[in-house]
Design a protein around this ligand. Structure first.
Ligand code: ADP
Length: 265
C-alpha cells in the first residue's frame, strides 16, 4: 500500500463525491491555493481535514466573520508585563510551519483582510508583515485553502475577481443519495434503512423551492437527526429538532416542511 493510501485509512472519514481528493492533492503538489465552494454542511471542512491528514500536514482553521481583520490572521504586538512582543496569527503560523491554512467562509471577512492573501496565493508565496517589516516565505508544504458558500445571501458580497482568480476552484454540492446515505450511516451509526429514509426526506425538502429558505437540508443536518435517533429519540422528533427547526423560524414554512417530513417518514 502506498503512503497516501495508508494515510487515507487513518484520516477522518470522507466519502468523495468525485475526484476532489485527487484535485486537492495535485493542487498541493503544484503549490497552488484552492477555493472550495458549496452549500453549508456539504462536506467542505471534512474534505480539508481528510486531505490534511492524508498529506501529513498540520491543519490550521480560521472561521471567518465580518469583524475579522488582517491583524487577526497575520498577528499583532501584545503588551505583557511592560514588554511588547510580536505574536503570530494563525496564517503566519501556517506559513512558517508549512501547514494547510483553511479559511472557512472567507467572504464573511472584511475585504481588506482578503488582500493579505494575495502575495501568498500567487507565485510569490510570501507573507509580508507590515508591522514588523518581515517578508516570510511559505515553508514547503504550506497550502492556502478557502471556502465559501455561494448561497444567495453571499451574491452581493462575493469575492473580488483579483482574489478568486488566484485560486484553483472546486465546486462541491450535496452528495448523490447513495453516497449521502453512506455518510449518514457512517457518521451516526444508524441502520442503512434509517439513513435511506433521511436521505429520501432531504431529497424531498431540497425540491421545495417556493419557500423562503436560505439553505436547504444539508448532509450535516441529516447526520444530526440520525445521531438523535440513535440516542433514542423517535425519528420524527429527531427530524423536527435537527432538520425542520434548524431550517426556518417562519411558522408557515416550518408547517410546510413538517408536512413533507410526515409524508416521507
Ligand atoms: P461544510 O464545511 O461544507 O459546512 P462539513 O464538512 O462541516 O460541511 O460537513 C458537515 C458534517 O456532515 C460533517 O461533520 C460530517 O459529519 C458530514 N459530512 C458531509 N459530507 C461528508 C462527506 N463527504 N464525507 C464524510 N462526512 C461528511
Amino acid at each position: 500500500m502506498n503512503m497516501l493510501a495508508q494515510a487515507c485509512e487513518t484520516a477522518p472519514f470522507y466519502a468523495a463525491q468525485g475526484r476532489e481528493c485527487e484535485l486537492f492533492a495535485q493542487a498541493h503538489a503544484a503549490r497552488l491555493p484552492l477555493l472550495i465552494k458549496g452549500p453549508t454542511g456539504c462536506g467542505k471542512t471534512r474534505l480539508v481535514e481528510h486531505m490534511a491528514a492524508r498529506l501529513n500536514r498540520p491543519l490550521i482553521t480560521v472561521s471567518c466573520h465580518d469583524d475579522l481583520s488582517a491583524a487577526d490572521l497575520v498577528g499583532r504586538h501584545l503588551i505583557a508585563g511592560g514588554d511588547t512582543r510580536w505574536c503570530d496569527g494563525p496564517l503566519t503560523r501556517a506559513v512558517r510551519e508549512g501547514a494547510i491554512c483553511y479559511l472557512d467562509e472567507v467572504v464573511e471577512a472584511r475585504k481588506d483582510t482578503t488582500v493579505v492573501l494575495h502575495p501568498l496565493a500567487d507565485d510569490r508565496r510570501v507573507l509580508p508583515i507590515e508591522r514588523t517589516g518581515e517578508q516570510i516565505a511559505a515553508a514547503p508544504g504550506f497550502m492556502l485553502v478557502i471556502s465559501y458558500n455561494p448561497g444567495y445571501q453571499n451574491l452581493l458580497k462575493g469575492l473580488k475577481p483579483s482574489t478568486r482568480q488566484r485560486f484553483v476552484a472546486l465546486a462541491l454540492d450535496y452528495p448523490t443519495p447513495e453516497i449521502e446515505a453512506r455518510i449518514v450511516q457512517a457518521e451516526s451509526g444508524c441502520t442503512a434503512d434509517m439513513a435511506a429514509q433521511l436521505v429520501w426526506l432531504a431529497q424531498a425538502l431540497r425540491r421545495l423551492t417556493d419557500h423562503d429558505l436560505e439553505e436547504s437540508a444539508s448532509t450535516r443536518l441529516l447526520v444530526m437527526a440520525a445521531r438523535l435517533a440513535v440516542a433514542g429519540l423517535p425519528l420524527a422528533d429527531a427530524v423536527q429538532a435537527a432538520v425542520i427547526a434548524a431550517l426556518s423560524d417562519d411558522g408557515e414554512t416550518v408547517a410546510a416542511l413538517a408536512e413533507v417530513a410526515a409524508a416521507v417518514l
